[in-house]
Write a protein that binds this ligand. Structure first.
Ligand SMILES: C[S@@+](CC[C@H](N)C(=O)[O-])C[C@H]1O[C@@H](n2cnc3c(N)ncnc32)[C@H](O)[C@@H]1O
Length: 435
């Protein structure tokens, strides 16, 4: 029997993800207290959603954001028309109510891309959510939909029919859910999906969440098409984003242990941040027109990479003093400088007034340096910097890699790589002020 939601969705005559969200909004109560309670229930959208009203609330709260992320990710696929012109199967992992598959169909339609999607596979433990996804998908073209209502750890090869078609795997807001074993999951992929596999992964970005990159390390992609993390305020609205698009040809089955080892090895390389900022320096640019860009410069200068033979994963429940120390040398973005350092700069450069013994510790600026001088000083270009120092992991395309590793390498101009910015998704350009 068709649900009230699907009836409402069809009656609105807008067969799209936006239409789905509109149907959800019209079925939600107006009472703010009830809405607040529903929002709290969602626990930031990580639990298994298992009734209509929570599915509606989820669409209201997160629908627009998820669609924006997915649209950006789809646009990073290389030569989209040709990928979809041959037979391809879609796997929507932790699909919920089918957000990713439905947004994909909308994306293809918006670009007038004819597709040859052989089947959409929906995998999620929630029966009501997948039921809704199936009903909505049936309002689109005639596409075969298979549903597997299982948690990932319970999946077996028998849950899917083997095929030679290429596959597109959608991971929308599921990789940060740590309720499944990544090594076991990729082992299952290697057994089940021999051949060509495209991956789209989107979700929130937060510091210290390494799960998405653990997933990448476990999969060991052949081609990385896009790697993109943005904090709040650096992408659309106040949303964060973590986006990965890549390709993998599975042609061998490794042991779970070997895959787990690759994940552990990934934790031996990491980027941290450590930096101090003097009170008087912060005072000069704070609340000025260049505050935001100056902070970004400080942040990039505070970054450093560590390669180790031991895992750099943060140990839970360690001594609190060690935790504070670790925080200073890993998350200093930058932090307030110790009094000893403030004193030294005040003595040598006379840029600040020392606080008296009974005053709040704040080294007030004597206004001897301007915000512009500070900003200029932060544009560090090191003439010794060469390609060997460059962290090529962030490069997204072979063209970028060739330009740096083949064209600039060993030339007198290789220091210029400090000034180059890797590719960015188009959405970021749309939000920059000069376009
Ligand atoms: C944040 S929602 C994302 C839903 C959908 N992909 C989207 O972007 O709207 C997380 C989904 O993961 C599912 N889930 C939770 N634990 C899971 C597990 N162990 N295995 C598979 N799916 C799980 C939930 O049922 C839920 O639908």
């Amino acid at each position: 029997m068709m649900s009230d939601f699907t009836r409402e969705f069809i009656s609105k005559n807008n067969i799209s993800f936006i239409g789905m969200r509109e149907a959800a909004l019209s079925l939600l109560p107006n009472d703010k207290m009830v809405l607040d309670k529903l929002y709290n229930d969602l626990k930031r959208g990580k639990d298994i959603l298992d009734d209509e009203i929570h599915l509606n609330m989820y669409l209201m709260c997160f629908g627009k954001m998820h669609k924006a992320k997915l649209d950006d990710a789809f646009a990073c696929l290389p030569d989209v028309s040709s990928i979809f012109s041959e037979g391809i199967e879609i796997y929507d992992w932790g699909c919920g109510q089918g957000t990713a598959s439905i947004c994909l169909l909308d994306f293809l339609r918006s670009r007038n891309i004819a597709h040859n999607i052989v089947a959409v596979n929906l995998i999620d433990p929630s029966i009501p959510a997948t039921q809704r996804a199936r009903e909505v998908l049936s309002c689109y073209e005639d596409i075969r939909v298979n549903v597997v209502n299982k948690a990932f750890d319970d999946l077996t090869e028998q849950d899917f029919v083997r095929s030679n078609h290429r596959k597109l795997h959608l991971f929308s807001n599921i990789l940060d859910v740590d309720a499944f074993d990544l090594a076991q999951f990729i082992h299952f992929f290697q057994k089940s999906f021999f051949g060509s596999n495209y991956f789209i992964c989107v979700g929130p970005y937060y510091f210290n969440n390494k799960r998405v990159d653990e997933f990448i390390a476990a999969t060991d992609p052949d081609d990385m098409y896009a790697t993109f993390n943005r904090e709040r305020g650096m992408w659309q609205k106040d949303w964060t984003i973590s986006l990965r698009v890549f390709f993998k040809e599975f042609n061998r089955i490794e042991s779970i242990l070997d895959i787990r080892k690759r994940i552990e090895d990934f934790h031996k390389n990491d980027q941290f941040f450590a930096g101090y900022i003097l009170d008087s320096v912060a005072e000069e640019y704070a609340k000025s027109d260049i505050e935001k860009e100056t902070e970004e410069l400080f942040k990039s200068l505070s970054a450093f990479d560590v390669k180790s033979n031991k895992s750099l994963e943060i140990v839970k429940n360690c001594d609190s003093k060690l935790a504070v120390l670790a925080n200073i040398v890993s998350r200093g973005l930058p932090t307030i400088a110790p009094v000893e350092i403030e004193n030294i700069f005040s003595d040598i450069f006379d840029i600040s007034t020392k606080p008296l013994a009974n005053e709040v510790i704040n080294f007030k600026s004597k206004h001897k340096i301007s915000k512009t001088e500070i900003n200029e000083a932060l544009h560090v270009v090191d003439p010794r910097f060469d390609v060997d120092f460059y962290n090529g992991d962030m490069l997204e395309s072979q063209f970028e890699k060739n330009f740096i590793e083949k064209y600039l390498n060993k030339t007198d101009s290789q220091y210029l790589i400090q000034l180059l910015e890797p590719q960015r998704p188009l959405s970021l350009w749309e939000t920059t002020s000069f376009l």
